[in-house]
Write a protein that binds this ligand. Structure first.
Ligand code: FE2
Length: 241
């Protein structure tokens, strides 16, 4: 299984604060059956030039330590890019901010929006991204304020090529907010080829790694083949794995 969204790199953002905490997340990944994780620290236009060398150093350190500690987890480079008016131009000029194996053509941009942004903004971004040949993955759409009112819009954007990345724990059917996981499942059902899943893990205690909640709910609703599609096949194709 591939975790598409994880703040596992040590000392880069508000995720794992040091190597020890990165290794705790890595062990959680492996224990939950994840064999590949996309390391996606937060990034945005004004910091990425200083972020990139720090990210490369942290990526190398963690990759080497995973081998040394005999933890069977593969790291894939990535970034959770905070959307601005220049996101697509940035992705074209600096392909290092894309997710996937370097050198793979058509790697995707994992895009995060501000929480209250209208999802209609994504339609414009998707249009611009497609003109430039950059596939777009929208990070955790279920966390944005107008998600529940945007079912038709999201279906339309998926039909046009947008990929949705859902956070595993958001599939949990809490008593007060069942509408959100139900709508996430309905979007998986709309087109399972346009969905990937991630933990969005930051910390082994507070925001842990693992895809168990998504696996349980997606498999129960649609069977193992659909789970395999969203947790393995789709991300592998997007990332060039
Ligand atoms: Fe994140």
């Amino acid at each position: 299984m591939i975790d598409f969204h994880c703040h596992i790199l040590p000392g880069i953002d508000d995720g794992a604060q040091n190597l020890e905490k990165s290794l705790a997340l890595a062990r959680q990944c492996v224990n939950s059956g994840v064999d590949t994780v996309v390391a996606t620290p937060h990034g945005h236009g004004s910091v990425f030039e200083t972020l990139l060398p720090r990210r490369a150093e942290a990526f190398k350190l963690l990759s080497e330590t995973l081998v040394k500690e005999d933890i069977p987890l593969k790291l894939c480079p990535g970034m959770e890019y905070f959307a601005d008016g220049h996101s697509v131009d940035m992705a074209v000029a600096h392909p290092e901010i894309l997710c996937g194996v370097p050198g793979t053509p058509n790697r995707p941009l994992l895009l995060e929006l501000s929480i209250d942004m209208d999802l209609h903004f994504v339609a414009d971004l998707l249009f611009m991204a497609q003109l430039k040949g950059v596939p777009l993955v929208l990070a955790h759409p279920e966390r944005y304020k107008n998600f529940r009112k945007s079912f038709d819009l999201l279906c339309e954007l998926m039909d046009k090529g947008l990929v949705l990345q859902f956070n595993s724990e958001d599939f949990h059917k809490s008593f007060f907010n069942r509408a959100i996981p139900n709508m996430m499942l309905a979007l998986v059902d709309h087109d399972p080829t346009r969905v990937v899943v991630g933990s969005d893990a930051h910390d082994a205690e507070e925001r842990p790694a693992g895809l168990e909640v998504a696996m349980e709910n997606v498999s129960k609703a649609f069977g193992k083949a659909v789970w395999e599609r969203v947790s393995q096949q789709n991300p592998a194709e997007l990332l060039g794995l």
